[in-house]
Design a binder for this molecule. Structure first.
Ligand code: ASP
Length: 311
């Protein structure tokens, strides 16, 4: 069997040990491990990278700990506006949705846009109408209710302020979920999903559903998913830049990821990180903030799950 590899994330930011309880830490790591093990099993059984990243992101979307799907943050109008995207490194086809309400698994809708339409991106009510046509599962607004996220929203409701997930007490925690994979056939894929920022207004959309910024995959180079402050990530076209540095400058995956996250993004106040895998199965989990919920596993390996920068 040819080598397979998977990497996942559940968001990045000011994640400090002294603010985390052992129980909370355990829960976050268990959530990551569950998604990682599923992804690795599917890949080892011959699953295609594109199907695997979708399944893995679905698991993370269904877990209320992460800001995507069920755990999505509150927008200014008290609803949950969901963004997601995915890309196939083999065909270079991509699908994305933004500002969609009540869809249980936004990543499945992004997949439907990619596979069942002539478009790459759909937004708002139009995307919801397409979801209904495609028989995609919707949930009630109650399904997305979470007390912690509601309380966060209450603190900034009716102000122009937005919060990147748990930005309480001046902390900056970004949160989004993502998965990248290399399958046995040498194909790469990336998938990512988010609720964006608490109290976001005026139809704000971050980098997550922007192909090339929050998500990119190309078999010749790598598959990348980002998490962090969306605006600088969009302006820096982060995911595509990593791939181009490999293609044009011949950098390794790790060198390219470091150049973008630790240099370019830092210069632009772009806090956050990314997960990436290349066609040899090398993995990069790079971030320029205190922590990133993250994990990786290669076929036959033990797997690695971590939160803080020193793990
Ligand atoms: N990048 C996402 C956004 O700006 C947020 C995140 O990754 O936490 O919408």
């Amino acid at each position: 069997m040819k080598k397979t590899a998977i990497a996942i994330h559940g968001g990045a930011g000011t994640i400090l040990r002294n603010r985390m309880t052992p129980e909370k830490e355990k829960k976050y790591k268990a959530g990551l491990r569950e998604a990682l093990i599923l992804g690795n099993e599917l890949l080892e059984k011959g699953g295609k990278a594109l199907d695997v990243v979708e399944e893995v992101v679905k698991v993370l979307e269904n877990n209320p700990l992460y800001n995507a799907g069920k755990g999505a943050v509150f927008a200014a109008d008290g609803t949950h506006l969901l963004d997601a995207s995915m890309m196939c490194g083999d065909t270079l086809k991509a699908g994305a949705i933004a500002g969609v309400r009540r869809v249980k698994n936004p990543i499945t809708l992004a997949r439907a846009v990619m596979d069942q339409s002539a478009y790459v991106m759909m937004v708002g009510e139009g995307a919801e109408a397409f979801a209904k046509q495609q028989g995609i599962t919707f949930e009630s607004e109650d399904y997305f209710f979470d007390q912690l996220r509601y309380d966060q929203w209450q603190r900034v409701k009716d102000t122009p302020m937005t919060i990147l997930d748990h930005t309480d007490k001046g902390e900056k925690n970004f949160s989004t979920v993502g998965a990248v994979a290399l399958d046995q056939y040498g194909n790469l894929a990336a998938a990512t999903s988010t609720g964006g920022m608490t109290n976001k207004q005026f139809g704000r959309v971050g980098d997550t559903p922007i192909i090339g910024s929050g998500c990119y995959a190309e078999n010749e180079t790598c598959a990348v998913c980002c998490t962090g402050h969306g605006e600088p990530f969009i302006r820096s076209v982060v995911a595509f830049d990593v791939s181009r540095l490999m293609a044009y400058k011949g950098l390794s995956l790790e060198e390219a990821a470091k150049e973008v996250v630790m240099k370019k993004l830092v210069e632009r106040d772009g806090e956050g990180g990314l997960i990436a895998v290349d066609r040899e199965g090398n993995i990069s989990l790079t971030f320029n903030c205190e922590g990133m919920y993250r994990g990786s596993m290669v076929s036959g390996g033990e797997g690695y799950v971590a939160i803080y920068g020193d793990e």
